[in-house]
Design a binder for this molecule. Structure first.
Ligand code: ADP
Length: 824
């Protein structure tokens, strides 16, 4: 301040009244100006003035302190600081205002207010004797001691700050060069003080008093700083302690996720990632790639799109279970109990699964076959897979492959694409969280193929035990060991599974259930499960055996139990409404009593089914009231089905029309059948006048349930029977179903899917089944009680078929038609 010693402030000063902040001599402050008087002052004084004098203004802190209000100038604080306006910045936004940068020079007292408008101007008296400062160093007595203490405290404060910060170093130099008398003002404006405290320092005109007022503020600041530093040092330990409590006490098993949480709070992104990368226990190759990517990430600005890509990649890498696995807890007797408890029937499948598990127990590094369950929907393939995972104590993850037609679905996209991601295998591992889960590859028979490559080929690598220890996903671009994963596949048919894939799997057929098995499954599993799902108790709803049987035979026609389960669900819903209403109406007469069907009479359960909105399929016999209809048996991926073949004739030129979504083989069968009938028309008395029964006649053959494409030769015998019925005008027995391929010479050849077909006939309540003679051996697979219910006719010629299909046989002209003589 010694440089200021020559400056005398003008005796008349324009006054700037501030609302916030107190300007002290020796400090610089930014003041926002927006009131009318202050704006006027800036405009007409600061902006128009040209001399140095015109830039000096009086800054009066606008205080509401009542004891100062009573002074000669009641509305204004009597003491202010004369300041030098160093900078004026104007702005029109959000409203017109100026921002002033003002450096405080010295105190003044307002002696007389000269005018108030447009801005106040006052006669002032300069209070700080600037010359006094130069002699300050020699001050002694109480003042000298005070100033010494103050200086030391100031040095201590600065010493506590970080000297590497440039402004702190500058401050230290300033402390040494400034006269001590200016220190109270300078430091009071620098340290954390309230406006009131600053005002007290401003009002302390006496130097000794000023030191006394400022010293406690300074010591308070020092103490505060000390406390802050102490707590900062302690904090890491505290964190650890808190974490330890959380880890050990609350969630003992889930330590790693807590660590992650703690790290999330950590601001530094890449450092956190690095920590995670190191903790992920990944193999050498993967670690090297990760560290390289980390290095790149550190150099990238966050705004770069690639930053997010790389980050996502690294996050994926650290989340993969490189070395996390569950330990198998395999106990064969327990596994047997569990499988039996979860699933009724399917003995063959359960036996094979147990064998498989037993071998695994004996040889844990088994590069075993991949089991593939093949069967109609709803026979429990998926749920057996789930049970296997449970018996092994492994995580279970299902990968639906139906409709997947892109290689990258399995193997991932290369990281060059925007939005690229890993394939389903790697994603599945991430979800499972361990590297040895049970993966159920659902619907492998429905894999598609497209321009984007063949997903089946990618699956080959996944499933091949020789290759899958280093499965390389395109996204990860580093090998991942899949050899610990247990793969199980499911399919409805093996026909559409690519041969190479099929070759790697062991196919286990899961056939459909018989009616009795379904009843048992319903009682043991489906009903309890549905009751639980709908919040009902067994007391509220009891479905009698007869009702279940009726639902199975009349209301569902399927190989599995899925639609049976749905129907039971529908009943549960209907009853749930009744129960809910019943609670409101009366408790005594619970509607469930009526609907529980405890009597088991057909009227009660029919009404129950009616309430549930379940309607029966029309009975089979109703459709066989006219000549020209026969029932065939077909095999579809959904299991066996009965299939009606209808024929009609009309005047025409001997043309054959076929409808009902037929494949080529089916069409050929139809032509074969017609040719055989024509050539044997005489034998079977089918001629009406002329030798050719089809002369002047068109034939239309229809295979209803048209949306499903039907192919396969096994409808040959049915077509012959149907046409024979049409041409002879005789009705086919309504309880007969048949299957078999025919030859031109009238032989019946064996066909596949006998078990499913027979079960379908049994489901449809048919009594007689005509099967090719050479399929006789296949009947062994069929449960004995089903066999007992049905009357099997084994036919090797069409003659035998016709005889069995019509009541009282089929009349012939000659006792032995020519085909019977031929041997096959
Ligand atoms: P899929 O995978 O063969 O299409 P799901 O495994 O999804 O069939 O089975 C459908 C439902 O039928 C499941 O609720 C399952 O529990 C039940 N289920 C099927 N077969 C049985 C069985 N043998 N014992 C008990 N429940 C069964």
């Amino acid at each position: 301040m010694s440089s200021n010693s020559g400056i005398q402030i003008p005796s008349r000063l324009p006054l700037l009244c501030t609302h916030d902040g107190v300007l002290l001599p020796g400090s610089t402050m930014r003041i926002s100006v927006d009131t009318a008087r202050n704006m006027q002052l800036v405009k007409s004084r600061l902006l128009k003035g040209t001399s140095l004098k015109s830039t000096i203004i009086g800054v009066i802190p606008n205080t509401r302190d009542p004891e100062h209000d009573s002074d000669e100038l009641p509305s204004l604080h009597s003491i202010g600081t004369a300041g030098l306006a160093v900078q004026v910045v104007g702005s029109n936004w959000p409203k017109p205002h100026y921002t002033l940068l003002i450096t405080g020079l010295c105190r003044f007292r307002v002696t007389q207010l000269l005018r108030e408008r447009p801005f106040p101007v006052a006669e002032v008296e300069q209070l700080d004797k600037l010359e006094q400062y130069t002699e300050g160093d020699q001050a002694d007595g109480e003042l000298g001691e005070l100033s010494l203490r103050f200086h030391q405290a100031a040095l201590q404060l600065v010493g506590m700050l970080d000297m590497s910060v440039p402004v702190v170093a500058k401050l230290r130099r300033l402390l040494d060069s400034l006269p001590r008398e200016t220190l109270p003002d300078v430091l009071a404006s620098m340290i954390r003080t309230s406006n009131k405290e600053k005002l007290q320092v401003l009002d302390a005109v006496d130097l000794e008093e000023r030191f006394k007022k400022a010293l406690p503020l300074l010591t308070r600041q020092i103490e505060g700083l000390k406390l802050l530093q102490k707590t900062r040092k302690r904090r890491p330990d505290d964190d650890k302690r808190v974490l330890a409590i959380r880890k050990g006490g609350v969630f003992p098993g889930r330590q790693f996720s807590l660590d992650e949480e703690a790290e999330d709070e950590d601001g530094d992104d890449t450092a956190m990632l690095e920590k995670k990368v190191k903790a992920a226990a990944m193999p050498e190759a993967a670690l090297r790639v990760c560290l390289k990517e980390l290095k790149r990430l550190k150099k990238m600005p966050q705004s770069m799109p690639e930053y997010a890509l790389t980050r996502n990649y690294l996050e994926m890498m650290v989340e993969l279970p490189w070395s996390k696995s569950t330990t198998d807890c395999l106990d064969i007797p327990a596994a047997r109990v569990l499988l039996d408890n979860d699933h009724y029937a399917m003995e063959k499948l359960k036996r094979r699964v147990l064998e498989y598990l037993a071998v695994r127990q004996l040889k844990s590094t088994l590069k075993g076959p991949i089991l593939c369950f093949v069967g109609p929907p709803g026979v429990g393939k998926t749920s057996v897979g789930r049970s296997i995972a449970r018996t092994l104590g492994r995580e279970f993850h299902r990968i639906a492959l139906g409709g997947v037609c892109d290689q990258s679905d399995i193997r991932g996209h290369r990281r060059t694409y925007v939005g690229s991601m890993p394939g389903r295998i790697i994603n599945g591992l991430k979800t499972a969280g361990v590297n040895n889960p049970v993966f159920l590859l659902d619907e492998v028979d429905k894999l598609g193929k497209s321009l984007q490559g063949d997903p089946a080929a990618a699956l080959l690598e996944v499933l091949d035990p020789e290759q899958n220890h280093s499965f390389t996903d395109h996204y990860l671009n580093v090998p991942f060991d899949l050899s610990q994963v247990l793969f199980i596949a499911t399919a409805n048919t093996t026909a559409t599974i690519p041969p190479a894939l099929l070759d790697r799997m062991e196919v286990l057929q899961v056939p459909g259930y018989t009616q009795e098995e379904k009843v048992e499954i319903a009682h043991r599993h489906l009903i309890p499960h549905q009751l639980e799902q709908h919040g009902l108790t067994p007391q509220q709803l009891q479905i009698p055996q007869d009702t279940i049987k009726d639902i199975i035979s009349k209301y569902t026609r399927e190989a599995g139990v899925r639609s049976l389960e749905r129907k039971i669900g529908a009943i549960c819903r209907a009853v749930a409404v009744k129960v809910a209403e019943g609670h409101k109406v009366s408790r005594a007469e619970s509607p469930t009593e009526q609907h529980a069907g405890k009597t088991g009479t057909s009227s009660s359960h029919t009404s129950l089914l009616f309430t549930a909105g379940i309607t029966p399929a029309p009975p089979v016999s109703e459709r066989l009231t006219l000549p020209g209809v026969a029932i065939g048996l077909a095999w579809t991926p959904m299991g066996g089905e009965i299939m009606f073949v209808e024929a009609s004739r009309m005047e025409g030129e001997g043309q054959l029309t076929l409808t009902g979504q037929l494949g080529d083989v089916m069409k050929e069968s139809a032509h074969l059948a017609i040719s055989w009938l024509r050539s044997n028309a005489k034998t079977y008395l089918l001629t009406t006048g002329s030798a050719d029964p089809l002369e002047g006649t068109d034939i239309h053959l229809h295979f209803p349930a048209g949306a499903v494409t039907k192919d396969g030769p096994s409808a040959g015998v049915t077509i012959v029977t149907c046409l024979a019925s049409l041409l002879s005008g005789r009705l086919v027995r309504s309880d007969v179903a048949m299957t078999g391929e025919i030859t031109l010479r009238g032989l019946v050849l064996p066909v596949g899917g006998i078990k499913d077909k027979v079960l379908a006939a049994h489901r449809a309540n048919l009594k007689r089944v005509i099967v090719p003679k050479r399929n006789e051996k296949d009947l062994e697979e069929i449960p004995a009680h089903v066999r007992a219910d049905l009357d099997f006719v084994f036919a090797s010629t069409l003659d035998e078929v016709l005889k069995a299909a019509f009541d009282g046989g089929f009349p012939t002209a000659v006792s032995h038609p020519q085909v019977l003589n031929s041997k096959h």
